[in-house]
Design a protein around this ligand. Structure first.
Ligand code: PEP
Length: 251
């Protein structure tokens, strides 16, 4: 059966020293608690090695927030999937709306990144989600279907390793959360799209996380929905107590 996962996305926040401190706090809490979900922190590239040195990756997963669409070579400033994997990370966020919006990531680049992540044993947390205009003009289901379908070149074995994160762009960092019913409707839609391509077993086993202003106060209601398998958490992941408050929503 699919896993419940709470994953933090630290974005471009914290110095290395602050990040190591935060990671230690989260690690201690995760070790002390009896959590009914997998817990992951996705951190800036600079933080991967030092954070890997202070956490137990058997209990707290570690991920990057992006990786390059090329394997190696003359791509100044890029960080490849093998580089990320060599730090001890096991996850990588791909296709976050901030990457799509500010750095021009397209379905084509994301296909290449996903391939390289999988080839290097990284679990992609693949983000999809509509912008406000698409929510308001009613095209949101089609928009999200086509983002998920960008992965449909993968064979079933590879697709079964993917975690999907539904993040309505209008809810990210805005304090505006999708209602639990809106999240459930979209997650059920995504699962149906996956089922049509890969069959019921793979669809049922795919973890679909919700992201967008998720907090300790709304996580329980969101996670209670049958197709919401956890969260991708931005702002609330930057303090151990609020992040753990979300993890505890599964208890
Ligand atoms: C995110 O960026 O992945 C996210 C969900 O951000 P926030 O929780 O701050 O809305």
């Amino acid at each position: 059966m699919r896993k419940n996962i709470v994953a933090g996305n630290w974005k471009m926040n914290t110095t290395v020293q602050e990040g190591v401190e935060l990671a230690k706090q989260v690690n201690d809490c995760v070790k002390a608690g009896h959590n009914n979900c997998d817990v992951v922190i996705c951190v800036p590239f600079t933080h991967l090695c030092p954070v890997a040195g202070v956490i137990d990756t058997a209990v707290l997963g570690l991920g990057a927030e992006n990786c390059a669409d090329k394997l190696s070579g003359a791509y100044t400033g890029e960080v490849s999937a093998p580089m990320v994997a060599s730090t001890g990370a096991g996850y990588v966020i791909l296709g976050h709306s901030e990457r799509r919006q500010y750095y021009g990531e397209t379905n084509e680049t994301l296909k290449a990144k996903t391939r390289l992540a999988l080839d290097n044993n990284l679990i992609p947390i693949f983000c999809v989600g509509e912008v406000l205009e698409e929510r308001e003009n009613g095209t949101y289901n089609d928009v999200v279907s086509s983002q998920v379908e960008a992965l449909f070149d993968l064979d079933a074995n590879d697709f079964s390793k993917i975690v999907i994160a539904y993040e309505p762009v209008w809810a990210i960092g805005t304090g505006k959360t999708a209602t639990a019913d809106q999240a459930q409707d979209m997650h059920a839609h995504i699962r149906k799209v996956i089922e049509q391509k890969y069959g019921k077993e793979i669809a049922d086993n795919t973890s679909i996380l919700y992201g967008g202003s998720c907090k300790p106060t709304n996580a329980r209601e969101l996670f209670a929905k049958p197709d919401v398998d956890g969260g991708l958490i931005g702002g609330a992941a930057l303090k151990a107590d609020s992040f753990m408050g979300i993890v505890e929503a599964f208890n």
